[in-house]
Design a protein around this ligand. Structure first.
Ligand code: FAD
Length: 391
C-alpha cells in the first residue's frame, strides 16, 4: 500500500459534511483522505437551496442550541474560504418575508414572532399597504407579513468545493471510488481502513461515514442500525429579470398557509423549492414537480409565471426517523464515526457538525454539546422488519 492510500482519518463522502470536516481536520495538521464514489458535491450538497434559516428547528431545543453557533461559523467561513481558495461561495445576509393570507395565518405568525423575540430575534411586522414596496414580487392581496433581516443564503456547490480545495491546500486528498465496507482487525471494535469496490483497501487511523442519504448502507459495515433514508427534493431556478422585464427579487418569501418558498441568491439564479418525495434513490426531475412548485408560489407572486425558468434539479435529503442527524462515534467502535442525516438543514448545520467531528476525531472530545445527536439512539429507532418505528 502506497503512502497516498494511508491517512490519519478517512472520510467517506465528499458532500458538505465530509468536505468541511476534512477542512477543519486538515487545518489542524491531521492527514485526511476523502473517498468519494462520484464527484465532490455530486449529492444534495451540490444542488441544495442554500438557505440558512435560523428558525427551522424551533421545536427541537437540541438543534436550536446549535443553530446560531453554526451560522457564526458560516460567517467565518464566508471570509476564510474565499481567502484560502479564491472561490466566492455567494454567502449573503438576505432578508426574508413570511406572509399570511388569512386572520388565522396572522395569529400564527404573531405567536411565532413572540417565540422568536423570546430567543432574542426581533422581526418587523409589515402591513398590507407596505408589502409591495418592500417586495414588489408579492402581487397577491395578503393580510400582513413578518420581515426577518438576516436569513443568509449561499451557493452550497461552491461552499463544498472550496472546503475541499482548502483542505487539499492543508494536505488532504480526494480518492475517487466506492467504499463497500470497513477493513477490520478481527476484534470488530477498530477499523483498519476501508474496502473499495475495485478490491483495493485504503488504510486509516479513523473512519468517518458521511455518505448523506446513502449512509444507511453503512449499517451492514458497523453491524448496528443506521436508519438514514433518501427523500427527493426538486428545485426550479428562475433567472433574474432582464432590463425592462420588471423588478429584481428583493427578498425571499413564502406564505404560512401554503408550501413552497422563493429564495434570493447572489451568485446563482433564484430558487423555488421544494418537493418532498419518497421515491428511493431516483434523482430524476419531473414536469409535475415543476408545475406544482410554480403554482404554489404563484399564489403570492404571479411574477413567477413571467420569469424565465433557467433550470430544475433533483437531489436527495438524508432523513432519520426523529429528524435529527446522527453525529458521533458509531456504537461499539473505537475509531468509526458517523455524521449524516441532516435532512433539509445539512448546509446550515454543516460547520457546527464538522467542527464537532473534527474535535471528536482529532482530540477525543467534541467540545460542543452533541450528545442528543449520538448514533447510539439509532438502535431504538429501527424495527427489525425495516420500518422506522417513528414514521
Ligand atoms: C431540494 C433540496 C433543497 C435543500 N435546501 C437546503 C437549504 O436551503 N439549506 C440547508 O441547510 N439544507 C438544504 N438541503 C439539505 C442539504 O442539501 C443536505 O442535508 C446536505 O447536502 C447533506 O450533505 P451530506 O454531505 O450529508 O450528503 P451529500 O451531499 O449527499 O454527500 C454524500 C456523498 O457521499 C457519497 N457517497 C455515498 N456513498 C458512498 C460510498 N459508498 N463510497 C464513497 N462515497 C459515497 C455521495 O456520492 C455523495 O457525494 C436541501 C436538500 C434538498 C434535496
Amino acid at each position: 500500500m502506497t503512502d497516498e492510500s494511508t491517512a490519519d482519518v478517512l472520510i467517506v463522502g465528499a458532500g458538505v459534511i465530509g468536505c468541511l470536516t476534512a477542512y477543519y481536520l486538515a487545518k489542524a495538521g491531521i492527514k485526511v483522505i476523502v473517498v468519494e464514489a462520484d464527484a465532490v458535491a455530486s449529492g444534495a450538497s451540490g444542488t441544495s437551496g442554500g438557505w440558512l434559516t435560523p428558525y427551522s428547528h424551533t421545536n427541537d431545543p437540541a438543534m436550536l442550541a446549535l443553530s446560531s453557533k453554526s451560522l457564526s461559523l458560516h460567517r467565518e467561513l464566508s471570509m476564510a474560504l474565499p481567502e484560502e481558495t479564491g472561490i466566492d461561495h455567494g454567502f449573503q445576509e438576505s432578508p426574508y418575508l413570511r406572509c399570511a393570507f388569512t386572520e388565522y395565518g396572522i395569529s400564527e405568525l404573531r405567536s411565532w414572532q413572540a417565540d422568536r423575540a423570546a430567543e432574542g430575534n426581533v422581526m418587523e411586522w409589515i402591513s398590507p399597504a407596505d408589502i409591495k414596496q418592500i417586495n414588489p414580487w408579492i402581487t397577491a392581496e395578503i393580510s400582513g407579513a413578518l420581515l426577518s433581516n438576516s436569513e443568509p443564503t449561499l451557493d452550497s456547490y461552491r461552499l463544498t468545493l472550496s472546503a475541499m480545495e482548502a483542505s487539499e491546500k492543508y494536505g488532504a486528498s480526494v480518492v475517487t471510488g466506492r467504499v463497500v465496507g470497513l477493513t477490520r482487525d478481527g476484534s470488530n471494535s477498530r477499523a483498519l481502513g476501508v474496502d473499495m469496490e475495485d478490491g483495493s483497501r485504503i488504510a486509516g487511523g479513523a473512519v468517518l461515514l458521511a455518505m448523506g442519504p446513502w449512509t444507511g448502507i453503512g449499517a451492514a459495515w458497523i453491524g448496528s442500525p443506521l436508519p438514514v433514508t433518501p427523500q427527493r427534493g426538486q428545485l426550479v431556478y428562475l433567472a433574474a429579470p432582464a432590463a425592462g422585464e420588471g423588478p429584481e427579487l428583493s427578498s425571499g418569501f413564502s406564505a404560512i398557509e401554503r408550501s413552497g418558498s422563493v429564495i434570493k441568491k447572489r451568485l446563482t439564479d433564484n430558487t423555488v423549492g421544494s418537493t418532498r418525495e419518497h421515491v428511493g434513490f431516483d434523482r430524476s426531475t419531473t414536469t409535475e414537480a415543476r408545475d406544482q412548485l410554480l403554482i404554489q408560489v404563484a399564489a403570492l407572486s404571479e411574477r413567477v409565471f413571467s420569469a424565465r425558468i433557467s433550470g430544475q434539479t433533483a437531489c436527495l435529503r438524508p432523513i432519520t426517523p426523529d429528524g435529527r442527524p446522527y453525529v458521533g462515534r458509531a456504537p461499539d467502535w473505537d475509531n468509526v464515526y458517523v455524521a449524516a442525516g441532516h435532512a433539509s438543514e445539512g448546509i446550515h448545520y454543516a460547520p457546527i457538525t464538522a467542527t464537532a467531528m473534527a474535535n471528536l476525531i482529532g482530540d477525543g472530545t467534541a467540545k460542543i454539546e452533541i450528545s442528543a445527536l449520538s448514533p447510539e439512539r439509532a438502535g431504538s429507532q429501527w424495527s427489525a422488519d425495516g420500518n422506522n418505528t417513528d414514521q
